[in-house]
Design a protein. Structure first.
Length: 551
């Protein structure tokens, strides 16, 4: 401020106190009061000029304080000068200099040009006015602190409102790609940054998702030693994170196991040019990152929900296709009983069976595709189409299986194969011709209680090229019961991890040998469920029962 002249001559103590009382009563303002007090102090001591300095808090660049502002500034100057503009210059440049006296006061500094008689430069003058100057200095400092705190409160309110509004804006975006761009643009705008980058966490690394204002490093390790101090505001960050940027700041999105990415901004813009980011800027970006983490999690859950809905629609479609492939009932043949039953472990399964009546003959098949779900259901569909196409052309026998094997090899993945048992029955004679390509052995219960097996005669379809398949024959007498099944029956596990096994299936068939086929299927179903003791069904289950009526 412009200096004023010190009073021409000393005043009496009564005059001084009367004047100070009058100023206080008129409430002229703290600054004017201290200025007049300093003039009176100079007049009382005969000093031609003096300056009073008050300590100021170190600036927080994030609060928009101009960069380079001195930490301690001159408050009041009266009389002859010049006096330096800052506390530091006064303390370093004037202390001990000829013709200048300095005294430290709580929270500030008093500098005077002493009169010719001199002053003790080590001890403040024992004047009551010196004590008043000390008290006034403290009041000045408190006023400045209150002013700064008021500014910080207002700034904090504006900051929170901005973050809240930005949070609402990004929370309404559920598309992950659009949200990533929105987060970056909002962060750059919120911080007045010239540059920016958004990184996604990908396993043990951060990969660049998108940038603003220039290039950015494509990838860096999540355990980069420079990353942790950088996120804490104590380091320069991984090398060349934003090439060409002078000032960088970054915060993490999310925390712990849910750490999803990083927001990096560079070069804070202002009317004075480009500068660094401050403490308040880091706080603002951290608050925004919390909003971004919630928005990203919502978008991720939304995408998962859409994907789940899509998969459910596909599963429903696959289940409907599979229901159309599997027979809706069994053909009727005089003198024979036939039933088929299937229960997939999931909505769609890899088990397959078919029952065909052709000119007095019954052709039936049971198969098990490796795996479950949509992939297995698609291969079941492939098998069904190929089997119906080739059966009329080549009949039941090795040639049919060789062609099926080639077709499955050409139309499936290397780790996919099919076990298949196909049988052809002459209803009049009871002769059964069958080929078993790696499937579970069928069980034939004779009327007298003996058990025979329809053992494999070749490798599963699609396992390898050039497989050989053998045709076998047997006769079914009146009362004989034939059971074909998939391994979901015999490999059904108990809580103790014991398998249901073929022997238990034989026991169930033996006990129900003369009962209706529907009751036999119900018995098998009940026995396996009781054996599993409430455990989820692990594999698809399919059964075909054929019985020749007793004579």
């Amino acid at each position: 401020m412009t200096g004023t002249s010190a009073p021409a001559g000393p005043q009496t103590a009564a005059d001084i106190w009367n004047e100070l009382e009058s100023l206080a009563r008129r409430d002229v303002g703290e600054r004017a009061y201290v200025e007049r007090l300093l003039e009176l102090w100079c007049g009382a001591l005969g000093a031609p000029g003096a300056a009073l300095y008050v300590e100021r808090e170190a600036p927080d660049l994030g609060s928009r304080t101009p960069p380079g502002a001195p930490e301690l500034l001159r408050e009041v100057v009266v009389g002859e000068g010049p006096f330096p503009a800052s506390f530091k210059a006064a303390a370093d440049g004037l202390a001990g200099a000829d013709g200048v006296a300095t005294w430290g006061l709580p929270g500030g500094l008093l500098v005077a040009r002493p009169p010719a008689t001199g002053l003790d430069t080590e001890t403040p003058p024992p004047e009551p006015l010196t004590l008043l100057l000390g008290a006034s200095l403290r009041a000045l400092r408190l006023r400045k602190q209150l002013k700064q705190q008021h500014f910080q409160v207002n700034y904090r309110v504006v900051e929170l409102e901005s973050v809240y509004e930005v949070g609402l804006a990004i929370a309404s975006t559920l598309d992950l790609d659009q949200l990533s761009e929105e987060i970056l643009l909002r962060a750059v705008s919120l911080l007045d940054a010239r540059r920016g980058a958004f990184y996604r966490r990908d396993g043990d690394a951060y990969r660049l998702d998108r940038t603003f204002g220039g290039e950015a490093r494509d990838r860096f390790a999540a355990d980069d030693p420079a990353l942790e101090p950088f996120l804490a505001g104590k380091g320069a960050g991984p090398e060349e994170l934003l090439p060409g940027a002078r000032h960088l700041m970054a915060v993490a999105i999310g925390s712990g196991q849910r750490l999803g990415g990083l927001i990096v901004v560079g070069d804070k813009e202002s009317r004075r040019g480009v500068g660094p980011f401050g403490v308040a800027d880091r706080r603002t970006l951290s608050l925004f990152a919390n909003q971004a983490a919630i928005a990203l999690e919502n978008a991720r859950l939304h995408r998962q929900a859409l994907e789940k809905e899509r998969l459910e629609r596909e599963m429903e479609l696959a289940a409907e296709i599979q229901r159309q492939i599997l027979p809706s009932g069994a053909p009727r043949l005089p003198g024979w009983e036939l039933i088929g039953w299937n229960r997939p472990a999931r909505q769609v399964g890899g088990d397959y069976y078919d029952l065909l009546s052709r000119n007095g003959r019954l052709t039936f098949t049971i198969a098990d595709v490796t795996g479950k779900g949509i992939a297995a259901a698609l291969l079941v569909s492939t098998l069904h189409s190929a089997l119906h196409l080739l059966l009329d052309r080549v009949g039941v026998g090795p040639e049919l299986f060789s062609r099926l094997n080639r077709h499955i090899l050409d139309s499936s993945a290397q780790n996919k194969f099919i076990t298949l048992l196909l049988a052809d029955l002459d209803a009049a004679s009871g002769e059964l011709t069958f080929v078993n390509a790696g499937h579970n052995p069928g069980l034939l219960l004779r009327g007298g209680g003996e058990v025979a097996e329809l053992s494999p005669g070749g490798l599963p379809l699609g396992l390898m090229e050039g497989g050989a398949y053998d045709t076998s024959r047997l006769d079914l007498a009146p009362g004989d019961l034939l059971c074909l099944y998939t391994d979901g029956i015999t490999e059904c596990a108990s809580p103790a991890d014991e398998e249901f096994g073929q022997q238990r299936l034989v026991e169930c068939l033996t006990a129900m040998h003369r009962e209706p086929l529907g009751d036999i299927v119900a018995c098998i179903d009940r026995a396996t469920q009781e054996f599993a003791a409430g455990q989820p069904q692990a594999d698809d289950q399919t059964v075909i029962l054929l019985r020749r009526a007793a004579g």
